[in-house]
Design a protein around this ligand. Structure first.
Ligand SMILES: Cc1ncc(COP(=O)(O)O)c(C=O)c1O
Length: 392
C-alpha cells in the first residue's frame, strides 16, 4: 500500500537517540535535563481536576457548539480581550495549527516559520502537505535572538501564505518585539498572507516584558494559547484560537473556521465547560511556575553563566540555552558526541542545540521546570561532567 507523501520517512534514530535507547535497555537511569513535562515536577493544581469533575456532571447533556460553549468563550474574552465570537476552542494548540493551515492553504503551499522557533512546526506543516520557508533567528552577543529580516522578504517572494511567530520562541525564549512584528506584518501585506502567533509561553516572562500579537488588527491574525502551559496541564487537552484583523477581511475567515470546527467537533465538553473556572486558576498557576523559572534561571546564571560558559538571554518560556566550553583538544566541538558522553559518563540526557536547528555547535537546552534543589543539583552535575570530559 502507498502512504501519503505527507508522512516523511523519519529515517533511523540519530546517534543520541540510539545511545539513549541502548542505555535504557541496559537499565541505566538517566536524568533528563531537557524534560519540559510540568506534571513531572509537581506543577499545576489538583483544583483544576476537581473543576473538570464538577463540569463533567453538567456535560451529560450535550448541545454541540462548534466553536465551544458560549460561556467558555465569554470567559476567554473577559480574560484576554476581544469578543466571545473571536474565539474558537480546539483540543490543543497543535490542532489549532492544523485547523488554521486548512483554512489558509492548499497542499503544496508554503508557510514561513521561525528557525529556531518550535520543533513541531515542520511536522505539522508536513501533515498539512505544506512546505516550510525558514525565517532564521541568530543569536547576537549584545542584542540576543534577532530575526534575519531578509528571510521575511524571501518568504514573501515565494508566496508564503502565513508567517508563524512563536512568542516567545521555544527554546529561544525570545519575545517578538515591535520591529519583528512590523517586518512580519509588512511581509504579510505583500502577498495577503496571515499571521499565526503561538503565544502559549507568553505569560512566563522571566527577564523581558511580554509582548502579544493577540488582537492585532493590521492583518488577519490567529493567536494561539491553551491550557497545556497556562495550567501546566497538557493532559486536559484544550487550546484556543483568537481571530483578529481588518474587519472587512474577517467574514470569510470566520465562516471557514466555523466549517472546520463543525466538521471535527473535537473539543472535550467537560473541560470546555470548566474553562471559566480553569481560567481563574490559571493566573495563580502561571505565577507560581514563573517564580520557579526565575529562581532556576538565577541558579543557572550563577553556576553555568560564567566564562568560559555562556548562558543565552532567556526572556521567557520554560527552557534556557547554555553553551558549555569547547571540549579541549578538539577544534570541532562535536555536539552529538558531547550529548552521548554526558549520558555515558554522567547519566545526564540533554538535547543538543541542533535538535532545535540552533546554528552554533555545542549549545544545550536545559529545562527550567525542575524543583529548585533538583535543578541546582542538575546544573552542578552538568558542570562537573563537562569538566571531566576535558572541557575546562
Ligand atoms: C511553542 C509551543 N506551541 C504549542 C505547543 C503545544 O501545545 P498543546 O499541548 O496545546 O498542543 C507547545 C508544546 O510544547 C509549544 O512549545
Amino acid at each position: 500500500m502507498r502512504l501519503s507523501r505527507r508522512f516523511v520517512n523519519p529515517g533511523a534514530p540519530n546517534a543520541v537517540a540510539r545511545e539513549r535507547l541502548r542505555l535504557a535497555a541496559a537499565g541505566e537511569r538517566l536524568t533528563d535535563l531537557t524534560d519540559s513535562n510540568p506534571t513531572h515536577f509537581g506543577l499545576g493544581s489538583s483544583l483544576a481536576f476537581d473543576a473538570v469533575s464538577r463540569a463533567a456532571i453538567k456535560a451529560r447533556l450535550y448541545e454541540p457548539e462548534p466553536k465551544g460553549p458560549r460561556a467558555a468563550r465569554e470567559a476567554l474574552a473577559a480574560h484576554f480581550g476581544g469578543a466571545p465570537d473571536d474565539y474558537w476552542l480546539t483540543s490543543s494548540t497543535s490542532e489549532a495549527y492544523s485547523w488554521v493551515f486548512s483554512v489558509l492553504t492548499d497542499p503544496g503551499d508554503s508557510i514561513a516559520v521561525p528557525v529556531p522557533g518550535y520543533p513541531l512546526l515542520e511536522p505539522l506543516a508536513d501533515l498539512a502537505g505544506l512546505r516550510t520557508l525558514d525565517c532564521r533567528w541568530h543569536y547576537l552577543p549584545i542584542d540576543g535572538w534577532t530575526p534575519d529580516y531578509a528571510d521575511f522578504d524571501r518568504a514573501a517572494s515565494q508566496d508564503a501564505r502565513a508567517y508563524v511567530l512563536v512568542n516567545p520562541g521555544n527554546p529561544t525564549g525570545a519575545y517578538v518585539n515591535e520591529a519583528t512584528a512590523s517586518a512580519a506584518l509588512e511581509a504579510c501585506q505583500k502577498t495577503r498572507a496571515a499571521l499565526i502567533a503561538d503565544e502559549v509561553f507568553k505569560p512566563f516572562n522571566l527577564e523581558g516584558r511580554p509582548t502579544s500579537l493577540a488582537g492585532e488588527d493590521r492583518t488577519v491574525t490567529f493567536a494561539f494559547d491553551g491550557l497545556s502551559k497556562s495550567l501546566c496541564a497538557p493532559q486536559l487537552k484544550l487550546g484556543w484560537i483568537r481571530l483578529s484583523g481588518p474587519a472587512d477581511a474577517l467574514e470569510p475567515v470566520r465562516a471557514a473556521l466555523d466549517q472546520v470546527a463543525d466538521t471535527f467537533l473535537s473539543v472535550n465538553w467537560p473541560v470546555a465547560l470548566a474553562l471559566p473556572e480553569l481560567l481563574e486558576l490559571a493566573d495563580g498557576i502561571v505565577e507560581m511556575t514563573r517564580q520557579r523559572l526565575v529562581q532556576n534561571l538565577t541558579t543557572a546564571k550563577r553556576l553555568l553563566g560564567q566564562d568560559p560558559w555562556r548562558l543565552r538571554r532567556c526572556e521567557g518560556g520554560w527552557t534556557v540555552i547554555v553553551d558549555p566550553p569547547k571540549p579541549s583538544g578538539s577544534d570541532q566541538p562535536e555536539e552529538e558526541n558531547t550529548a552521548i558522553q554526558l549520558m555515558r559518563a554522567a547519566q545526564l540526557a540533554i538535547h543538543p542545540g541542533w535538535f532545535y536547528d540552533i546554528a552554533e555547535p555545542g549549545a544545550l537546552a536545559l529545562s527550567l521546570l525542575p524543583e529548585p534543589p533538583t535543578f541546582e543539583d542538575n546544573c552542578r552535575r552538568l558542570r562537573a561532567a563537562i569538566t571531566v570530559l576535558g572541557a575546562e
